[in-house]
Design a protein. Structure first.
Ligand SMILES: [Zn+2]
Length: 440
């Protein structure tokens, strides 16, 4: 049934996009600044989406030396007081507001700190609010055992801390995100779909400019980004591969649009049988992003999971939910602690429960309980509860929030010969999948 619905939406999407395709591209290009620096789609991305070829007249390839569209990835989740950066070869230093190179650092490990007015790199000081390290050869520097392509921007803050931000071309960033987010063993169509949602997610973040300092985190808070390579003990592991670079190239410029606009294309590892309605978890998803059934992810380990708690421990750990819950009815028997399921009315909803404890009674959601009991023990907010006299058993499905593309489901669909575009249209049924062709 859901498949039929998806087919209807996608045919509407086709017609709409064909009619206003060029307009969409111009609007998105203007808003994102894409037209300034990004090259057009390549042959393969047009093959993937032949019906939506969008080309601008007089397009000429950008010179090889021209910078691609950049994304700013913060590498230090919280601002730091000190950072050791390993530089693999000569590295030019630019100070904020200056076009000319200020200095050149040789290869080696450099300890970086700040004062109220300046940066200190090794024994050199730089009076600037931001400095940028530009390796002569990329990838050219290491931060916290990860080697990155592109440039390293240090941004000083008033409290004598600073942020380290990796600035690099979007498509180079995506080559690492594809391998960081999805196993190499997954079929190409699933990884192409991953590249498209990752590109859309990043471009949306860039467009929003919620922060003047960076666009995305390097972690699952945005998208996992391991860089070019990284060390794990004595081992060196690849953060990207020839194959992931090809996947990004094959989908170059391809994004999902909601009525002509980029949107935050949330995705998760395993939906566990049906995806979650976007608004159940995130306030900024399109209203049409409702749950769709998906059993293609049934090969995943966490398609089903279970967790057990001692009864006393469970009610102790969830007691604080009753204090903060606005739906608290406050009329329960003090002697009784209990939890019971509230039946779900439709696909895609997060389960809710009546929690009774310490004389209070409240409605709590699977998200509340997952946050309280630990996201590493409860793999998703979707579970049923079976209380016994001594224990609380949880029977769960899926891994992650379950909104949007199901990564293991994309794998299953790709194994059934579904294309990248078919996969995307299944999980984002009313999205238009287009190739941005920004021209120059
Ligand atoms: Zn799934």
């Amino acid at each position: 049934m859901s498949r039929d619905r998806s087919a209807v939406h996608s045919s509407i999407g086709y017609r709409l996009a064909q009619r206003v395709g060029l307009m969409l591209v111009i609007v998105v290009g203007l808003v994102t600044g894409w037209s300034v620096v990004h090259r057009g789609p390549n042959e393969t991305s047009r093959e993937l989406l032949p019906e939506l070829q969008i080309r601008r007249a007089n397009q000429t390839p950008l010179p090889a030396t021209r910078a691609d569209f950049d994304v700013r990835v913060v590498l230090t989740h919280d601002a730091v007081r000190e950072l050791n950066v390993e530089i693999d070869g000569p590295c030019d230093i630019y100070l904020s507001g200056q076009r000319e190179k200020f200095n050149r650092l040789p290869r080696g490990t450099v300890k970086m700190t700040t004062t109220r007015t300046e940066f200190k790199l090794g024994d050199q000081t730089y009076r600037a609010s931001q400095i940028e390290l530009v390796p002569v050869r990329s990838p050219g520097f290491w931060v916290n055992d990860h080697q990155y392509r592109g440039r390293l921007r240090l941004i000083r803050r008033p409290d004598q801390t600073f942020l380290a931000v990796n600035v690099l071309p979007l498509e180079e960033y995506l080559a690492s995100v594809v391998d960081s987010e999805m196993p190499k063993a997954f079929p190409p169509a699933a990884r192409q779909a991953q590249a498209v949602v990752a590109r859309t997610f990043a471009l949306y973040q860039i467009q929003q400019r919620r922060s003047d300092l960076f666009d995305v985190y390097a972690s699952v808070q945005s998208q996992k980004y391991l860089g070019f390579q990284y060390r794990d003990g004595q081992r060196r592991l690849a953060g990207e591969s020839e194959e992931s670079r090809q996947i990004v190239e094959q989908t170059r410029g391809m994004v999902c649009l909601d009525r002509g606009r980029l949107f935050r294309t949330y995705y998760s590892a395993v939906c566990g049988g049906s995806t979650t309605s976007g608004r159940e978890v995130f306030p900024d998803t399109p209203t049409w992003l409702t749950g769709v059934s998906c059993n293609w992810c049934s090969a995943a380990d966490r398609y089903r999971w279970s967790a057990e708690f001692e009864r006393k421990d469970f009610f102790q750990r969830t007691a604080s939910l009753l204090e903060s819950n606005r739906a608290n009815t406050g009329i329960a028997d003090r002697r009784v602690s209990n939890i019971e399921s509230i039946p779900l009315k439709q696909l895609g909803l997060i389960p809710t429960f009546f929690l009774t404890n310490q004389g209070k009674r409240a409605v709590v959601s699977g998200i509340d309980l997952r946050n309280q009991l630990g996201t590493s023990k409860l793999y998703s907010p979707k579970f049923s509860i079976e209380p016994t006299s001594t224990q609380i058993h949880l029977r769960g499905s899926g891994h992650g929030h379950g909104v949007g593309l199901c990564q293991w489901g994309a794998r299953g669909q790709a194994l059934e010969k579904k294309s990248c575009v078919e996969i995307l249209r299944y999980y984002y049924p009313r999205a238009d999948i287009v190739v941005l062709d920004p021209g120059r």
